[in-house]
Write a protein that binds this ligand. Structure first.
Ligand code: ADP
Ligand code: ADP
Length: 215
């Protein structure tokens, strides 16, 4: 049976950071909807242009395009053994669509680690986040700095600060999270899949806690 796992949590909780570590242990792919949108943006596709108008404002990209994009990604062969979803689903409609996509594959969600952090920590983490151009690897100038300033440890590509990590957009993203994504905590709690993880801890400790819930 394949392992489909969803990492839930507010912007800046550490989903991307944890995803990179967990996929190495489990041997499954990391699917980040934010990274998929940013790849489209780099390639200047129609989807990228459409997504940018929402991302710049800290709003969610409409469900129909987001669901179609993730659905297509999940049909790829590398998802046969499962996937770690990060940043998707973000609305109840996306969560229902995902249940349906997986049911069509005769699969289901294994569990939903929810990385819980207070709002002030989200803001602090996002304001010090540096992201790699090549593959979206993330660093923090204070908490998780790269070996060489401005350069990704993994692929040597330059690091940049995302436009939407600026203070005003961050505040909007957190608001959107509370309104549209936080209801998923209850959704996955009700069906017994939610595993709450203390996201205020050190990166390694959080990885351990998540792995304990999964394996
Ligand atoms: P998300 O994908 O949930 O938005 P990221 O994984 O990109 O979050 O992490 C946001 C920022 O916080 C990054 O700069 C990352 O290096 C940093 N970070 C992640 N986890 C921790 C942690 N446990 N303690 C301190 N900083 C962290
Ligand atoms: P973070 O790392 O802070 O959680 P992401 O990289 O996941 O942020 O997302 C960045 C932006 O991409 C979001 O603010 C939103 O505009 C868009 N986005 C990403 N995933 C989704 C989704 N599942 N539904 C709608 N919009 C999304």
């Amino acid at each position: 049976m394949a392992h489909f796992i969803i990492l839930l949590g507010p912007p800046g909780a550490g989903k991307g950071t944890q995803a990179e570590r967990i996929i190495k242990k489990l041997g499954i792919v990391h699917i980040s909807s934010g990274n998929l949108f940013r790849e489209n943006l780099e390639k200047e596709t129609d989807l990228g242009r459409l997504a940018k108008s929402y991302m710049d404002k800290g709003e969610l990209v409409p469900d129909n395009v987001t669901i179609a994009m993730v659905r297509e990604r999940l049909t790829k062969l590398d998802c046969q053994t499962g996937a770690l979803l990060d940043g998707f689903p973000r609305t109840p409609a996306q969560a229902k669509a995902l249940d349906k996509i997986l049911a069509e594959k005769n699969e289901s969600i294994l569990c939903v680690p929810y990385i819980k952090v207070p709002e002030d920590l989200s803001v602090e983490r996002l304001s010090g986040r540096w992201t790699c151009r090549e593959a979206g690897h993330v660093y923090h100038e204070k908490y998780n700095p790269p070996k060489e300033k401005g350069i990704c440890d993994i692929d040597g590509s330059p690091l940049y600060q995302r436009d939407d990590d600026k203070r005003r957009t961050v505040e909007q993203r957190i608001k959107v999270y509370s309104q549209q994504t936080a209801p998923l905590i209850d959704y996955y709690d009700k069906n017994g899949l939610l595993r709450t993880i203390d996201g205020t801890k050190e990166i390694d400790e959080i990885t351990e806690s998540i792995l304990k819930e999964i394996t």
